[in-house]
Design a protein. Structure first.
Length: 694
């Protein structure tokens, strides 16, 4: 027994010594840190345990965990956000902490472009100790900005003690560090940057970068370490790829005055699938060629687009009013006719300028902008329902109505000399025209909304002048009104036709409200308007007229309906049931093209008359319908009836600001083939064939 006890004691002492040695060894870490007021974000700082004695460097890892929907920011965060920072001034025996940034992603929320990260990420850090230091303290405050629809700025206290004598390598952390550094762009030879131009006139940077193996789907991010450029914002780049050459145009803005970037040193980060590189560049002053049409050409397009709006179905009811007014003006003095039509023209042009100012305000506030977006607002649609309904009642002779006194304006009735009324007619024509998109109009609007404020006003004024041209023609040559038939008793038959057209517009606008209100409210609204209309007709024209109107409508509906049913096979192609469409996302486009599919993109809206015409006249007709149904075709549809930030950003990325928008992608056209606003079967079929070929 006496011999066994010493052996037992020796074993115990040895175990205690081993345990003590292990307890003295360390691989420092803060553990996971979170803030009680902001639990969606957690952070952790830890060392790998490795020490590079030659350079006094300690590799470290800053882990960040973000709940779903939250993001934090890159070193140049874009139009919003604050990059994470670490104030380590309270540290001891620390010379420097070098922060390495993984390749970021680009995000857009409510029209604001930002650059950053989501989910789980790791920032590799290199901590440099003071020379000859054996112990150190990494102490300070990590400040992290994180956002969803709101942004929160959170501080995390960091305190890590380092003792080189007890520091041991943690193999898992060392592996994680190697993985994290693999996601950091490597610095590449700046000789690959063939051009780095700063254009003061355009406030734009243009870079041309070459890569021997070529480019596939590159992304580019700009950063500057220059303090004078700390508040400069670099826009999402416009990238063009040709073979092994990448050309990127990046607009630069500043909240105050932009400093001169001639000679400025920037860092360009380029990612392309698994490739990630960092290029140090120095800008030189130069001229950047502008591929956009000259302003005078855009103004001509705006004039043409505005003129074509006059024949769009949206405007026909108001044109009916104007034609009636024109026939009545044949018996008026030329100077009266001139003033009336000048008033209408002024109403058109003024309303275009109002739309331009509204879009400018939206853009300034960071909101989404586009042609016709006011129809995404139920209050705007409801206002048009009320206005068109009142105009229809006015044409029925219910009253020579005046709008509420709060609006301080009166409406024009047949033969009324109220210039305010004619002005209102012009404004109504414009607002009813906005759900239509005409040839040339899309190009002009896209150019305008990407330009400075003065150009926006100029182009929208040109659109207004274009739409007002026929009316201005009558104003300049008022005697042309005498060429039309003289008014007489036959006008009593014409007025109901115009009233019916206006009521049809009211019905159409009411159906648009169905996207924003419940079925019960929609039913109550339609029944209420119908009953109120009949009551007013009966009160103004008597019970006999009311009964005749209802009876005539039912008889006409029965005759037209029966005729259509009996003869439809002879002159109408029965529309097939539409294909199944997937929701539009850029990821679906990329995945489908990568798998060899042809992708047809249709961005539409219920309130867009041109969209519905394209659908009925082309997309649901053979041979297009059959072609879209083939197995190798992926159909993606973006619904812009209501405000949709994802769809807005897709349109913006394609340099367009309205619907309809159609584009075809495929192995033969990975960047896509943009189709014209008004579709044709030949154009669609040609694009599908070209996109499929490789």
């Amino acid at each position: 027994m006496n011999k066994i006890l010493p052996l037992w004691l020796v074993s115990l002492i040895a175990a205690l010594l081993i345990y003590s040695a292990q307890s003295l060894a360390e691989t420092p870490s803060t553990g996971w840190l979170s803030h009680e007021d902001h639990p969606p974000v957690s952070v952790k700082l830890e060392l790998t345990g490795h020490y590079e004695a030659e350079r006094n460097l300690l590799p470290a890892l800053l882990h960040v965990e973000l709940d779903e929907g939250w993001k934090t920011y890159w070193r140049s965060p874009g139009e919003g956000g604050i990059p994470p920072t670490f104030d380590w001034a309270k540290s001891a025996n620390i010379n420097d902490i070098e922060w390495h940034w993984p390749v970021p992603s680009r995000y857009s929320i409510q029209g604001i472009d930002t650059v950053g990260y989501q989910g789980s990420l790791t920032f590799p850090l290199m901590v440099q100790l003071s020379p000859d230091a054996r112990q150190a303290n990494i102490s300070g405050t990590l400040t992290m900005s994180s956002c969803t629809t709101v942004c929160v700025l959170t501080d995390y206290p960091i305190d890590v003690h380092v003792d080189l004598d007890t520091l041991t390598v943690d193999s898992d952390r060392a592996f994680a560090f190697n993985q994290a550094t693999g996601k950091v762009p490597r610095e590449y030879d700046s000789n690959n940057v063939k051009q780095a131009i700063w254009s003061d006139a355009n406030q734009r940077v243009q870079l041309t970068i070459e890569r021997d193996s070529g480019w596939q789907n590159p992304q580019l991010f700009i950063h500057s370490n220059d303090e004078t450029l700390a508040d400069a914002e670099f826009s999402s780049p416009d990238i063009q790829v040709e073979s092994n050459s990448l050309t990127a145009n990046v607009d630069v803005s500043h909240w105050l005055d932009l400093p001169d970037l001639n000679g400025a040193e920037l860092i360009a980060t380029v990612s392309d699938e698994k490739f990630a590189a960092e290029y140090k560049i120095q800008l030189t002053a130069g001229t950047i060629a502008n591929n956009a049409p000259p302003l005078w050409a855009i103004l001509l397009m705006a004039l043409a687009g505005g003129l074509i709006l006059n024949i769009m179905p949206c405007v026909l009811p108001v044109l009916g009013l104007k034609v009636q007014s024109l026939m009545l003006s044949g018996v008026q003095e030329p100077k009266v006719v001139r003033k009336q039509f000048f008033a209408s023209s002024l109403g058109i042009i003024s309303s275009f300028l109002v739309i331009a100012l509204g879009l400018m305000a939206l853009r300034w506030s960071g909101g989404s902008v586009g042609w016709g977006i006011q129809f995404q607002n139920p209050y705007f649609i409801a206002a048009l329902v009320a206005i068109t309904w009142l105009f229809a009642l006015n044409l029925m002779g219910a009253f020579e109505f005046k709008l509420p006194s709060s609006l301080s304006t009166s409406a024009a009735t047949a033969g009324d000399d109220s210039y305010k009324g004619h002005f209102l007619q012009g404004m109504l024509a414009t607002f009813l025209a906005t759900p239509c998109t005409a040839p040339f109009l899309g190009t002009a609007v896209a150019f305008a909304l990407a330009a400075e404020s003065s150009v926006i006003l100029l182009i929208f004024a040109a659109l207004g002048v274009g739409m007002a041209l026929p009316w201005l023609l009558i104003a300049v040559f008022p005697r042309t009104a005498k060429l039309l038939p003289k008014p007489g008793r036959w006008m009593q038959w014409v007025k109901p036709i115009f009233a019916t057209m206006m009521l049809a517009t009211t019905v159409w606008l009411t159906t648009l409200l169905k996207n924003f209100i419940s079925n019960e409210v929609f039913l109550a609204l339609t029944v209420g308007l119908s009953v109120l209309t009949l009551v007013i007709i009966g009160k103004v024209h008597g019970r006999k007229a009311l009964i005749l109107s209802i009876g005539g409508f039912l008889v006409l509906a029965a005759i037209v309906g029966t005729t259509l049913i009996l003869t439809a096979d002879r002159w109408v192609n029965k529309l097939p049931q539409d294909h199944h469409w997937q929701p539009l996302t850029q990821q679906r486009i990329d995945e489908a093209v990568a798998s060899g599919q042809t992708v047809f993109v249709d961005v539409t809206a219920d309130w867009c008359v041109t969209c519905q015409a394209n659908k009925v006249g082309v997309l649901l007709q053979d041979p297009v319908f059959t072609a879209l149904g083939q197995e190798h075709v992926t159909r993606l549809r973006g619904d812009w009836t209501k405000a949709n930030e994802r769809i807005t950003q897709y349109l913006k990325a394609n340099n367009t600001f309205g619907v309809p928008f159609n584009k075809v992608y495929g192995p033969g056209a990975p960047d896509g083939i943009t189709l014209p606003v008004v579709l044709s079967k030949d154009k669609v079929m040609d694009a599908l064939e070209d996109a499929r070929e490789q």
